[in-house]
Write a protein that binds this ligand. Structure first.
Ligand SMILES: [Fe+2]
Ligand SMILES: [Fe+2]
Length: 154
């Protein structure tokens, strides 16, 4: 069983990834160029706001446990083109997801309400990872699997 201090450390690690997300997404929102700028700028801007909400939530819980929330962001990945920005976003979300999963593992050190809250965080981060895997073409389909695909392919 984890200690309360270990749990706080892991929450602070998750918080540092959310702080990185605030900055990374905002930077890519202001910088993104190309014909899809308008929608991608909104996408990155929303990501920054969501990371801010997650960071605030984490900070509230850490403070409630009597500890000082970190103000140090984790690694911020910079990119100058759309593909690079989306790959950076996917890597960020994977790191954040892993950090939240580590925090969940240690949540038995405190009251059950923390674990339920972290499960909701994990569900959201998983959704972000899934969407970004689609956006970076890491999900693909076989033509043979779509309706009428076998005939079309034949
Ligand atoms: Fe988040
Ligand atoms: Fe996320």
């Amino acid at each position: 069983m984890a200690t309360k201090e270990e749990f706080i450390d892991r929450l602070n690690d998750a918080l540092s990834w959310e702080l990185a997300g605030i900055i990374q997404y905002m930077q890519h929102s202001v910088m993104v160029t190309g014909p899809l700028r308008e929608s991608l700028a909104d996408f990155f801007s929303d990501g920054s706001e969501e990371a801010r909400d997650h960071a605030e939530d984490a900070g509230k819980r850490i403070a409630a446990l009597g500890a000082v929330p970190t103000v140090e962001p984790a690694k911020i990945r910079q990119a100058t083109d759309v593909e690079g920005m989306l790959e950076a976003a996917l890597a960020l979300e994977e790191d954040a997801l892993a950090a939240w999963e580590d925090a969940l593992e240690a949540s038995d050190a405190v009251a059950p309400g923390y674990g339920f809250w972290i499960e909701e965080q994990i569900a959201e981060e998983q959704e972000h990872v899934d969407e970004l895997r689609k956006m970076t073409n890491k999900v693909s389909f076989s033509d043979a699997d779509v309706s009428g695909g076998a005939e079309n392919a034949g």
